[in-house]
Design a protein around this ligand. Structure first.
Ligand code: SAH
Length: 249
């Protein structure tokens, strides 16, 4: 899996290299290579039209969404539509969230550089990269081994050393790194997993989609031993699997 990811990224590096070569051709000269997509311009447009336009204001979130190369987190065949206003398949029946949802959830966490965040559902690693880009220390767990190893390789290749990835069920959180200044859950359980509540620092927030077919994005804020809950918007995430499903049956 790692080898595969390496090959994937090297192919990308070559493509980018070719783009640069054609961009640097002497004035008036011709290059046989068409210029590659302007990813920076696409990200800027994504931020303006999908994210700022819908009311996300946090400057650090917006800067991070402008910086992280989302196209390197999606499969090759979706690279060209990586900045479109929708979720995309990432393999194994899972999806990378729509850019707006990533930005909104990150803003709702209200975290600062240096904070520690737990993420359940690494998926492609994109959400973890958005947080790492903001200077946050990220602890993220992915239950599907193939996705987990691929995300690990991409994050490492891009130098996001503050994103720590584990493969397994995130139901129990990451006790040795707790308490967290924020918890973000990117797969939907039918109810909030108890162990995660216990790993939330006093005053911190958990951002989590809850429900079966119809889900609500919720923000849970801890104050001492009480938890205040508010619903933000209806959302649609893949279901949380593993222990939480076993308990249900
Ligand atoms: N945050 C991701 C998107 C995640 S999609 C990104 O930025 O790309 C949700 C992910 O949660 C899927 O990859 C799914 O396999 C994973 N998942 C579901 N249940 C899980 C569990 N119990 N523990 C860890 N990961 C889980």
């Amino acid at each position: 899996m790692r080898g595969q990811a390496g090959g994937w990224l090297s192919a990308m590096a070559i493509a980018v290299g070719l783009g640069l070569v054609s961009g640097c051709s002497p004035q008036g000269g011709h290059s046989s290579e068409p210029p590659g997509p302007d990813w920076t311009a696409r990200r800027d447009q994504m931020v303006r039209t999908q994210i700022e336009a819908r009311g996300v204001k946090d400057a650090q979130v917006l800067a991070s969404m402008r910086a992280v190369p989302r196209h390197l987190f999606v499969p090759d065949s979706y690279r060209d539509v990586a900045y479109s206003d929708s979720p995309l398949p990432i393999g194994e029946g899972q999806t990378i969230s729509q850019p707006y949802i990533v930005a909104l959830m990150t803003e709702l966490l209200e975290v600062e550089p240096g904070d520690r965040v737990f993420e359940l559902g690494t998926g492609s690693g994109y959400q973890a990269a958005i947080l790492a880009e903001m200077g946050v220390e990220v602890y993220t767990i992915e239950i599907k081994a193939g996705l987990c190893e691929h995300a690990q390789a991409v994050l490492q290749e891009l130098g996001y050393d503050s994103a720590h990835v584990r493969c397994g069920d995130g139901y129990g959180g990451w006790p040795d790194a707790a308490p967290f200044d924020g918890i973000i859950v990117t797969a939907a359980p039918d109810r909030i997993p108890d162990p995660l509540l216990g790993q939330l620092r006093d005053g911190a927030r958990m951002v989590i989609p809850v429900g079966d077919f119809y889900q609500e994005l919720k923000v849970i804020t801890r104050t001492g031993d009480s938890f205040q809950e508010r619903s933000v918007i209806p959302v649609r995430f893949v279901p949380m699997t593993g222990e939480i499903e076993r308990q249900r049956n």
